[in-house]
Ligand binder design. Structure first.
Ligand SMILES: NC(=O)c1ccc[n+]([C@@H]2O[C@H](COP(=O)([O-])OP(=O)(O)OC[C@H]3O[C@@H](n4cnc5c(N)ncnc54)[C@H](OP(=O)(O)O)[C@@H]3O)[C@@H](O)[C@H]2O)c1
Length: 305
């Protein structure tokens, strides 16, 4: 019997998962990164992967009750409103999904003692830098999408939960909606492709991002909690959209690729001219990093793991 007055030792979710497999909730499970996560995370816990139809991030009550019933040790929030141009006209929805939902997840996980792993974007920056952005560089989003993602980072910080916020950039895969698939489709339809050559960033393969995320998650909730913070998870090198298109198509004569300036391709949302993320903090903290963007692209195109 416990002596009167002595409080019961507190066992948190972090302690319990050392003896049982942690429950890991993945949101946005049909997205580029979310889809890959369901596979890469499987060895590391009991995975509950929910797509938009089963967990709408814009529905606050659904979000709170789902987290309360599943009681995950870790939530990997791969769901997001990612339509950069449409966001200019759908500000409320973009903020509900990208800003309010991560804050709610953070609040619920703070109550449970769980960890939030969340993805953010290079579009939190204004692109006026000339060298890779560090995590603490001044932010200045140019559009609604970037602003909503920055607000998401701030909501997570305010929630008080332990979190890893991983900013990444120019995500592609062989499924979903992305630049790689668009270029391939247009190459089959047209004789000439005009591609912006004065915006620079780093293309990142969704599967490589998911594998890196799984490597972190596999180290356990305590490891993640000890290293909570904001990190840039992005490959090395730098490319323009034109460089990326050339690498996707390879040295073919058809279609003809023509380099154009941003102002020759008007879009609803402005995009940063330079959005390269420095991975130094991630590399120093975790001892590994994503490969060069060209290595990731050839792995993706050749179907390597
Ligand atoms: N894509 C990029 O270039 C890029 C660059 C930098 C950072 N990121 C960040 O990386 C993360 C993953 O992006 P991704 O490339 O995998 O994006 P994605 O392929 O567009 O996937 C996002 C997923 O979120 C889902 N979603 C949208 N609204 C939702 C809602 N209300 N409730 C639940 N799910 C919802 C989408 O569902 P549907 O399939 O039903 O639409 C989609 O499956 C995001 O945080 C994104 O901001 C992406």
């Amino acid at each position: 019997m416990r002596p009167a007055g002595r409080s019961q030792p507190r066992i948190s979710i972090l302690d319990r998962v050392f003896v049982t497999r942690p429950t890991i909730l993945v949101t946005g499970a049909r997205g580029q990164i979310g889809h890959e996560l369901a596979g890469t995370l499987a060895p590391h816990g009991e995975i509950v992967a929910l797509d938009r139809a089963h967990l709408d991030l814009a529905d606050e009550q659904a979000l709170r009750s789902t987290v309360r019933s599943i009681r995950p040790a870790i939530v990997v929030n791969a769901g997001a409103y990612t339509a950069v141009d449409r966001a200019e006209a759908e500000r409320d929805l973009a903020f509900a999904v990208n800003a309010r939902a991560p804050g709610i997840l953070g609040e619920e996980l703070a109550r449970l003692g769980g960890i939030l792993v969340h993805f953010s974007t290079d579009y939190v920056f204004d692109g006026r830098a000339k060298t890779p952005y560090a995590e603490d560089a001044q932010t200045g989003p140019l559009g609604v999408y970037g602003a909503s993602k920055l607000a998401g980072e701030q909501a997570i910080a305010a929630s008080g939960c332990a979190s890893l916020v991983l900013r990444t950039s120019w995500v592609y895969a062989l499924r979903g909606h992305n630049f790689l698939l668009t270029i391939r489709r247009l190459a089959a339809e047209r004789d000439e492709l005009k591609v912006v050559a004065d915006q620079f960033g780093v293309p990142n393969w969704a599967r490589a991002i998911a594998a890196a995320t799984a490597r972190l998650v596999g180290c356990g909730p305590r490891y993640l909690a000890d290293r909570a913070g904001l990190y840039h998870l992005s490959g090395s090198g730098v490319a323009s959209w034109f460089d990326f298109a050339r690498a996707i198509l390879g040295p073919v004569d058809h279609p003809r690729l023509t380099a154009i300036a941003t102002d020759q391709y008007p879009t609803a949302a402005r995009r940063p001219a330079y959005a390269v993320l420095s991975d130094a903090r991630f590399r120093e903290t975790f001892g590994f990093a994503l490969p060069h963007w060209q290595t990731m692209l050839s792995d993706c195109l050749l179907g390597r793991e």
